[in-house]
Design a protein around this ligand. Structure first.
Ligand SMILES: Cc1cc2nc3c(=O)[nH]c(=O)nc-3n(C[C@H](O)[C@H](O)[C@H](O)COP(=O)(O)O)c2cc1C
Length: 192
């Protein structure tokens, strides 16, 4: 079989309801020429149909760190999408915490300067938390594209689910095939 030369897109799904809508987005990314791999946080795995997604992508859905003696089962990524990105994962990512496989891969991708786009999906109350604003600013400073419109987020206690911006995410995907993200000067390592 000829080698798969398609660029590899990791789609990271966190523990929020839009993770259950991932199938259509995976198909769209594949139609754009990506070799898609899905990674879920442990809570994200409760919202997805992992069997369906692994059948669709041809890759297992990874949730936990492998055992030390196990081989890597996914090809290395060229770009990453985090959709949905929970309040929890956004804040931990901005702190460099790697206590899930998803965060470990995202943190590594920051260091590798890989192109990334995340769709933070807290409810409107959590979006107003001061730590969240700092995390969003940090991720943007690192060159990560965030799609975040507070007016579309779920409203706590109302049953209002919000409108997840799948269309915007689909439209931005081609830009991830360009050059690596350019971090702001403040984040560049200082010359020694
Ligand atoms: C039914 C349900 C819906 C949830 N919806 C959201 C949500 O829309 N946004 C969010 O940030 N967290 C939501 N959470 C909370 C997260 O799942 C929780 O903070 C979890 O620790 C996130 O883990 P992760 O960031 O590793 O995926 C929801 C939890 C449940 C049980």
């Amino acid at each position: 079989m000829p080698a798969d030369t398609r660029p590899v897109l990791y789609i990271v799904a966190c523990g929020a309801p839009p993770a259950g809508e991932l199938t259509a987005f995976v198909r769209d990314a594949q139609a754009q020429g990506w070799n898609v791999c899905v990674i879920a946080t442990p809570d994200g795995s409760k919202f997805i149909d992992a069997g369906n997604l692994s059948g669709l992508t041809g890759h297992p859905v990874r949730v936990r760190f492998k055992r030390p003696d196990e081989p890597d089962v996914l090809p290395p990524p060229n770009a990453l999408v985090v959709a949905p990105a929970t309040f929890n994962t956004v804040n931990k990512w901005a702190q460099g915490i790697s206590d899930t496989l998803a965060l470990g891969l995202l943190n590594e991708a920051v260091g590798l300067r890989l192109p990334m786009v995340a769709v933070p999906w807290p409810n409107a109350a959590l979006a107003a938390h001061p730590v969240f604003a700092r995390s969003v600013a940090t991720l943007r400073e690192w060159g990560i594209t965030l799609i975040l419109d507070p007016g579309r987020l779920p409203q706590p206690g109302t049953g209002e689910a919000g409108t997840f911006p799948w269309d915007e995410l689909r439209a931005i995907l081609p830009s991830l095939r360009g050059p690596k993200a350019e971090p702001q000067a403040s984040w560049r390592p200082r010359p020694s």
